[in-house]
Design a protein around this ligand. Structure first.
Ligand code: HEM
Length: 453
């Protein structure tokens, strides 16, 4: 809660003890370290994380950064040159001016009517996934399965192309990007210049080359064929800026790679955590099954995008306990007062979904999995829950992600019940987490696939 401090700086570990905090960042999951810092020092903590930073778990301060004074905050420069090159000038990482022009062109791609054009695709891919599960002998690897289905969906939504022939290389390339991001963001000290052929640099260069050639090839082929396909690629090729200009191949490549990287792992992670929680909460799981048997939403030709279905609430509540993106950051352009302290320009603020979503001041029994929390309006502050960020840079794919997740979850649960085989804990939150950009379960979650009797 905000209080007034005029001269002092926010509390936090002293520079020397920061070394031991840094060690924790490396040995434990980032979110565990963030929780410890909040428990020890409160809702604003001074930390040295790639420079002077402030960890924040206060909804009013987060609103100030993302919304009311957003002009004072730029996106933090967390990527080194090589990762920046991979994302290019896609919306996620674009500089302010470019972002302003580009987002006007991209926004229509994510309108509800545009999202609904992918309904049948999501249904088909989910049916194929469930059929595979039934044929499979033994337990399934939950996260690998949700990644596989969301990758197929985003691949076809973007290119109308079956990504299966490229799936292994694509997954490897995305895993390299994730590993590199984890190394760079979690790294303490300068990263090795791009031109030095270390194994990391070579791996990332190879992954970037593969993604580039795949996407440029698809763009090129589409420009020379009249497939009549209605997908994100054709919509980007047809898009015009305010000056009536079409997008360059590089701009199209940057946006598509951004959708691929930002769009599939996040949704897959949300779904995997949701199923993990359902396995630990059989009565909620059964309620969800009962809902699938009684609703028209799942079978409607174009289910309304903004309906608050039980499947959506199950996903929203899972993203509260396990936000796929557990922390985002911004850099102060000029000093600003947050939580009663004046923070200097050039420092970073780390806004943590993970800490806010489990904050006892705003959530009653935060570790209880209760989808009903999202059943109606609430008087909680807006930024006590912000899995998709907020303000102008809020996730552009949020409605797509929730729509896709509800359909996949609802359709699969209508057909089968997953039961946790391993890991097994008395309390579900004993599971170890691993955070790079996204926060994922560290152990492989294995489930068996059963019928509802
Ligand atoms: C459960 C799934 C998802 C989660 C939790 C999620 C989370 C987020 C968050 C937290 C941000 C804000 C980052 C910041 O402010 O620094 C963001 C931005 C973004 N996301 Fe998502 N995302 C999801 C799905 C998707 C999908 C499906 C797509 C596209 C197909 C997508 C594309 C983007 C893009 C392009 C941005 C940058 C928006 C801008 O700066 O204008 N995301 N996402």
């Amino acid at each position: 809660m905000t209080s007034s401090h005029t001269t002092t700086r926010p509390p936090g570990p002293r520079r020397l003890s920061w070394l031991s905090v840094a060690r924790q960042f490396i040995t434990d999951d980032t979110t565990t370290t963030l929780s410890r810092l909040q428990q020890t020092y409160g809702d604003i903590v001074r930390v040295y994380f790639r420079g002077e930073s402030y960890l924040i778990a206060d909804p009013d301060a987060i609103q100030q950064v993302l919304e009311t004074n957003q002009g004072n905050y730029g996106k933090s420069d967390v990527y080194d040159d090589q990762l920046a090159e991979l994302f290019g000038d896609g919306l996620l990482t674009a500089s302010e001016d470019h972002w302003r022009r580009q987002q006007r062109v991209i926004r229509p791609l994510f309108r509800p009517a545009a999202i609904q054009t992918f309904t049948e695709l999501i249904r088909e891919e989910t049916r194929a996934m469930v059929a595979r599960w039934h044929q499979h002998d033994g337990p399934i690897d939950l996260l690998a399965e949700t990644e596989r289905v969301t990758l197929s969906i985003i691949g076809k939504a973007m290119f109308s192309t079956d990504m299966t022939p490229h799936a292994d290389r694509l997954r490897n390339a995305l895993a390299t990007v994730r590993r590199e991001f984890r190394r760079q963001v979690g790294g303490f000290g300068p990263s090795v210049p791009q031109w030095i052929p270390t194994k990391h640099n070579r791996d990332l260069a190879e992954a970037t080359e593969f993604l580039d050639s795949l996407v440029y090839d698809l763009i090129e082929r589409r420009k020379h064929s009249a497939t009549g396909a209605d997908d994100m690629l054709s919509r980007l090729l047809a898009a015009r800026t305010d000056d009536g200009e079409s997008l360059s191949d590089t701009q199209i490549r940057d946006e598509l790679i951004t959708f691929l990287l930002a769009g599939h792992e996040t949704t897959a992670t949300a779904l995997a955590w949701c199923w993990y929680l359902l396995c630990h909460h059989p009565s909620v799981h059964r309620d969800l099954y009962a809902w699938t048997q009684s609703t028209d939403w799942l079978s409607a030709t174009t289910p309304p995008v903004d309906e608050s279905t039980l499947a959506k609430r199950c996903v929203q509540e899972a993203m509260r306990i396990y936000p796929p993106v557990p922390v985002i950051s911004r850099e102060l352009r000029a000093p600003d007062r947050l939580c009663g302290y004046t923070l200097p320009s050039g420092s970073d603020v780390l806004l943590s979904q993970f800490l806010m979503h489990r904050h006892e001041d705003y959530w009653d029994s935060p570790l209880d999995y209760r989808p009903a929390r999202f059943a109606g309006p609430s008087d909680r502050p807006t930024y006590s829950y912000f899995p998709f960020g907020g303000g102008a840079r809020m996730c552009i794919g949020r409605q797509f992600a929730l729509y896709e997740a509800q359909l996949i979850l609802g359709l699969a649960v209508s057909d089968c019940r997953l039961t946790l085989e391993s890991p097994r804990y008395d309390s579900f939150d004993a599971i170890e987490r691993e955070s790079a950009v996204t926060m994922q379960p560290a152990p492989t979650i294995l489930t068996s696939v059963d019928s509802w009797e």
